[in-house]
Ligand binder design. Structure first.
Ligand code: NAI
Ligand code: MG
Length: 357
């Protein structure tokens, strides 16, 4: 039997609630399958840890999760600590050193979920956004000096390297090739940003030559927001920079019905380091502790983790269970306009797994 060692880092706010639900579902799924099992190890890193020790995770934190098979992450962020402290102190402190450079974000309108787009039909909106996750606008390059003086200066320098752009393009083209439509849209802003974004476009064209069976096109990021909204059926796989894809994927999540549903995988494709799986949403302190967080984003990201671990059968079973549950409006949480609780949705997904043949 395969045993997978998973580092569970629930973090803050509803992260704790959805990761608990995710672990329950994954354990039941493994029991139902019989061919594999999970050993979850819990790490209570996050804002409480920061308040007690002055750091979001201990100094040897990375070493302690370095050899796990995957990381199952909730969310970080609290109302009384600046967001850049929590984000850089934990989430980015894991993504960057573990070189999780490919951030993969599937978006689809699940059965029973209503898209805010009036004309969208089932199958029209079925995308995977690939976000460059290691450099670009979030490379951490920059500084702030002369604080408080009239001549105060602050810079966040976008850093793009040929190696970094080429590897994310190759990853995106390969992913596009694996999907039925074999179509990739390369997002750029090479009209205004005339150095790095022009290199991004050049490398896209070079890598495209290695994938003659993938059809590709190019979009400026501002026009992309319109195409996503007005012609969603013309898109399939999408690749964009760290900042651009961050923004586009929140739009994508909203167009697919709710941020509470959207999953993401932070992949180190070479598997030199563990990859990290998380719902896209944050700690949502407006609803934390109320038991109404939508756990579907965490369940969907669990299917991505199962695929990564080499359990595609179980991933498909879980996805069927999720879709069976979203199809039932009585099982929608408040973010979807319903009244169901995290507990009820979790129980329903477990029941669907157990009833699945
Ligand atoms: P958020 O994603 O936490 O919440 C945005 C809105 O969506 C809120 O109204 C929230 O109630 C709702 N929402 C989010 N997830 C939901 C779910 N599963 N079920 C039902 N409703 C849900 O984003 P916000 O409010 O901008 O940030 C809150 C904190 O989370 C901040 O500290 C921010 O820095 C952090 N954050 C952390 C992320 C991460 O750890 N990956 C990602 C995004 C934000
Ligand atoms: Mg975001």
């Amino acid at each position: 039997m395969n045993r997978y060692r998973i580092a569970a880092i629930p973090g803050d706010g509803i992260g704790v609630e959805v990761i608990a639900a995710g672990i329950e579902v994954l354990d039941r799924l493994a029991a139902r399958d019989g061919g594999f099992a999970f050993d979850f190890e819990h790490f209570d890193w996050g804002t409480d840890h920061y308040k007690r020790h002055g750091v979001m995770m201990p100094a040897d934190g990375l070493a302690r999760i370095r050899h796990h098979d995957a990381i199952f992450f909730g969310a970080v962020g609290a109302p009384d600590v600046p967001d850049h402290v929590t984000l850089w102190g934990l989430r980015l402190a894991i993504c960057q050193p573990f070189d999780q450079y490919a951030n993969v974000r599937p978006t689809r309108v699940l059965p029973g979920i209503e898209s805010p787009l009036r004309r969208v039909k089932p199958g029209d909106l079925d995308w995977v956004i690939v976000r460059e996750n290691s450099e670009g606008e979030y490379a951490g390059h920059g500084g702030r000096s002369h604080k408080g003086l009239p001549e105060e200066v602050a810079t966040d320098v976008s850093v793009f390297t040929r190696a970094g752009v080429a590897r994310i393009m190759r990853f995106a083209f390969a992913l596009a090739r694996s999907r039925p439509r074999r179509h990739l849209t390369v997002v750029t802003k090479s009209n205004a940003q005339r150095h790095a974004m022009v290199m991004w476009d050049d490398i896209a064209a070079e890598v495209a030559a290695e994938f003659p069976d993938v059809c590709w096109d190019k979009m400026l990021v501002d026009a992309m927001t319109m195409r996503m909204t007005l012609r969603p059926e013309t898109l399939d796989t999408i690749v964009a920079t760290n900042l651009h894809a961050d923004i586009l994927s929140d739009l994508a999540a909203a167009l697919a019905g709710s941020l509470g549903i959207a999953p993401t995988a932070n992949l180190n494709p070479e598997r030199s380091f563990p990859s990290m799986f998380e719902p896209i949403h944050g700690s949502a302190f407006d609803i934390a502790g109320k038991g109404i967080a939508n756990p579907v984003g965490t369940f969907w990201t669990s299917t991505l983790m199962l695929d990564h671990l080499g359990e595609p059968e179980a991933a498909r079973r879980l996805m069927r269970a999720i879709e069976q549950v979203t199809a039932d409006e009585g099982l929608h949480t408040p973010d979807l306009g319903g009244r169901a609780t995290t507990r009820e949705v979790t129980d329903a997904v477990i029941a669907a797994i157990e009833g699945d043949n």
